[in-house]
Structures are given as structure tokens and as C-alpha cells.
Ligand binder design. Sequence first.
Ligand SMILES: [Zn+2]
Length: 75
Amino acid sequence: MSAHEVIEVDIKRVACDGGGGALGHPKIYLEMGAASEVVCPYCSRRFVFKESTAVNAGDLSSRSASAKRNGPSCR
Ligand SMILES: [Zn+2]
């Protein structure tokens, strides 16, 4: 039941409370510092820093925006 969960985050400071329920624990803040991941000492969840998540979404929307073109003017 204690499979180590991996949670992707886009900030280096995360809060963990175990998600409540049976695995719940007092809410603590985990600071990654220079590392790109941190493991919660209470519930052994692993938080992995992924900064590309937001960048990909922005790239997609800007691409579709540039696809719009001026309509041909009738002459
Ligand atoms: Zn935790």
C-alpha cells in the first residue's frame, strides 16, 4: 500500500500533508534547494521538479495564435 508516489511540481517549494486519509500527516513544507527533487519524510512521496510543464502549454497556445492570418481582401 505504500508504493512511492511521484508528484511532478513546477516550483521548488512544496507543501505535503499526505493527502489526508490513512496516509495523512501534519502539513509540512519541503524545500528542494539546489536539488530537483525531494522526498517527504512522513509519507515517502517524491516531489520531482519539472519546469517544462507550463512552458509546453504556453508554446501550444502561441503556435495556434500565430496560425491566424489576414483574410484575403477582395479586389
Ligand atoms: Zn507527505
